[in-house]
Ligand binder design. Structure first.
Ligand code: ZN
Length: 417
């Protein structure tokens, strides 16, 4: 086993751990770990809500999810000699749920969850169609996920970190705050919000204290969006065997990681999100001196995906175009056309006995593929979503005999309103 450089004790909350991580981005957050280039290390990660979501049949915890506390991240990890302008080379050597035999109270101990956020607290990709909070618990057996809330489905997970990245420089952080602040100012009261401004309340900034904490907390960036440093990219293909090249903006690079997912569909459309879990990740880190200029990677990570994806070969795909549900034509809007493709898939699955929420959970959690199939054929972009047919116990392909009905079981728990 590689050296465990960032341990977490499952019995204690994130803020009471031996090494304190962080839940905001700021260059002044001190490194908690120092490693040399060409090192392999093990890091423990809490699930992104630090244990606030429970293995039960109520979605009240998703309805009340403490969004100001996310994401609890392990790090920063400083890599000796890394300087601004370098590329940090990160290999995902191994990763998985919390290594423990029996299922326990924390997500990752044999189980994980997918939630649909309420429109009033987070929202999601299809929040107009799904404004209330729901939750699905998934049980892990080896590589396979099943759920008492979504019967008739089992699939091979594609385990990956939803969030990994390097620290921003002070000037990059200022750029983020300026551009995201300008967007928020266009509609400051929107529900859900257009973006999340810095929020000192609930900020955890590793070893920072006193005045240094107050100054940093007032400007530290929230971790929800992906940005130039990587961050919350939610790329399901960053699985075991992947190699990622992150731009370095500060001395030591200050790598952080968290938000592990047992599986996820492209787009992480339910927002809460994939199959969320805590666990461990083994990383090998190295540095390419001057790599940003050498390879023209001035911002945003480059990566080589791993080769341990689930092996599915047959798909049923749904398409959508950039026309709203009310019939209004939009111009090459790929966000809208992906929404329409997903809604078409959900409508289809309800013909087999699934509730719309069960179908939405399948799209959020299973390793579905999403594609921008056409982005030039004015005025309609065409997006597509591919469902692996083998994840269903029944044959979901259209045929003259009509859809076989599944037993929807207890269904997906909804929060009390
Ligand atoms: Zn996540």
């Amino acid at each position: 086993m590689p050296e465990l450089v960032f341990p977490l004790d499952s019995s204690k909350p994130f803020t009471e751990q031996e090494k304190l991580g962080h839940n905001r981005w700021h260059p002044d957050i001190p490194a908690q770990v120092h490693v040399k280039p060409d090192s392999t290390i093990r890091v423990h990660c809490r699930e992104w809500f630090d244990g606030a979501i429970h293995n039960d049949d109520s979605a009240d915890d998703i309805r009340d999810a403490p969004l100001s506390t996310v994401h609890v991240l392990s790090g920063p990890i400083a890599v000796e000699g890394a300087q601004p302008g370098d590329l940090l080379v990160v290999d995902i050597v191994d990763l998985g749920p919390i290594p423990q035999e029996d299922s326990g109270p924390l997500a990752g101990q044999g189980w994980g969850y997918t939630g649909i956020f309420a429109k009033q607290n987070g929202g999601g990709f299809l929040t107009d169609q799904f404004p209330d909070a729901y939750k699905t618990i998934w049980d892990f057996r080896g590589q396979t996920a099943t759920s008492r809330h979504v019967p008739g489905v089992s699939f091979t997970g594609i385990v990956h970190p939803g969030l990994m990245g390097t620290a921003p420089s002070a000037s990059l952080l200022a750029k983020w705050n300026a551009r995201e602040g300008a967007l928020i100012a266009t509609d400051p009261d929107r529900v859900p919000p257009l973006a999340l401004p810095p929020l000192p309340d609930s900020a955890i900034l590793g070893g920072l204290t006193g005045e240094a904490f107050d100054r940093a907390a007032a400007e530290a960036a929230r971790t929800a969006p992906p940005r130039e440093n990587g961050g919350n990219q939610d790329i399901k293909n960053l699985t075991k065997g992947s190699r990622i090249f992150y731009p370095v903006f500060v001395d030591g690079a200050k790598l952080s990681v968290g938000d592990l997912h047992f599986s996820q569909g492209d787009g992480e459309i339910t927002f809460c999100g994939a199959i969320e879990m805590g666990g461990f990740i083994d990383l090998h880190v190295d540095v390419i001196k001057g790599g940003m200029e050498m390879y023209g990677v001035s911002e945003n990570a480059v990566f080589m995906p791993g080769n341990t994806d689930p092996q599915y070969s047959q798909w049923l795909a749904f398409s959508g175009t950039s026309v709203t549900l009310d019939g209004e034509q939009r111009y090459l809007d790929s966000h809208l056309s992906y929404q329409r493709a997903c809604l078409h898939a959900i409508d289809y699955l309800t013909k087999f006995g699934y509730s719309p929420e069960q179908a939405y959970m399948i799209l959020g959690a299973a390793p579905i593929e999403g594609r921008l199939s056409g982005v030039v054929d004015i005025p309609n972009s065409c997006s597509t979503v591919y469902l692996p047919t083998a994840i269903f116990d029944i044959d979901i392909r259209p045929s003259a005999s009509g859809p076989t009905q599944i037993d929807p079981g207890m269904g997906v728990p909804r929060s009390s309103l």
